[in-house]
Write a protein that binds this ligand. Structure first.
Ligand SMILES: [Ca+2]
Length: 182
C-alpha cells in the first residue's frame, strides 16, 4: 500500500504530504518494548526482577547472546515488564501483544505468560496464556505470541506487569517483546 502511494506521489507532488501523514499515524498507533536480556542486569527502566536473569547454562544456547530469564519450581517468576500506564503513553492501550522465545527442559504443563493489571499492587484483572497447551518440542527454542485485549476499564495510575510463571522444571525465556496497541 505504501509503495503504491509512493509511486502516485512521484507523478503528482500534491499527494506526497498526505502519504507521509498516514504513515506516521500508523506508526504511533503502537509502542514496542523489546528486551534480549543481554543488558538486563544493568537495570532497564520498565523492567524488573533481575534476579531471574542468568547466563544460559553451559551446554545450552541462548536464543540471542548469552543471557536469558529462567524460572523453575523455586524461582517462580521471570524477569518482568512492569510499568505504570501513565509512563508508557498519554493514551491507554486497547490491547497488549506479547511475544518471545521459550525453551523448556520438561513438560511444564502449567507454564504461562501472565499480564497483571493492578492499582497499588491490588490486581484489577489479569490474563494468562498457556504455553504448553499443545505438544511442544522439549529442549529447543520455540516462539510464542499472544494478544491480550484490555477489555476492562483501566486508569493511567494502574500498573501493568508481564511475566512468565508456573514452571515445575526449568524453563528459559529470551527476546521478549511487548507491544502496546492504542
Ligand atoms: Ca538473550
Amino acid at each position: 500500500m505504501f509503495a503504491g502511494a509512493f509511486i502516485l506521489g512521484c507523478s503528482n507532488q500534491s499527494t506526497k504530504p498526505e502519504t507521509v501523514e498516514t504513515k506516521e499515524s500508523d506508526v504511533t498507533n503502537e509502542l514496542v518494548f523489546e528486551n534480549d536480556l543481554e543488558n538486563a542486569l544493568g537495570g532497564i527502566p520498565g523492567w524488573s526482577n533481575e534476579k531471574a536473569v542468568i547466563k544460559m547454562p553451559e551446554g545450552l544456547t541462548a536464543h540471542s547472546g548469552t543471557f536469558v530469564t529462567k524460572i523453575d519450581e523455586v524461582n517462580k517468576y521471570s524477569y518482568a515488564f512492569k510499568e505504570y500506564f501513565k509512563n508508557i503513553n498519554e493514551r491507554l492501550p486497547k490491547e497488549v501483544v506479547i511475544s518471545g522465545w521459550v525453551y523448556s527442559t520438561d513438560k511444564n504443563p502449567k507454564l504461562s505468560i501472565v499480564m497483571d493489571i493492578n492499582q497499588d499492587n491490588q490486581t484489577i484483572f489479569w490474563k494468562g496464556y498457556s504455553l504448553m497447551d499443545k505438544p511442544r518440542e522439549l529442549n529447543s527454542w520455540f516462539e510464542f505470541k499472544t494478544t491480550f485485549p484490555i477489555d476492562q476499564p483501566i486508569k493511567p495510575s494502574n500498573q501493568i506487569k508481564v511475566f512468565a510463571f508456573n514452571a515445575d522444571k526449568a524453563a528459559y525465556f529470551d527476546d521478549l517483546k511487548i507491544t502496546f496497541v492504542f
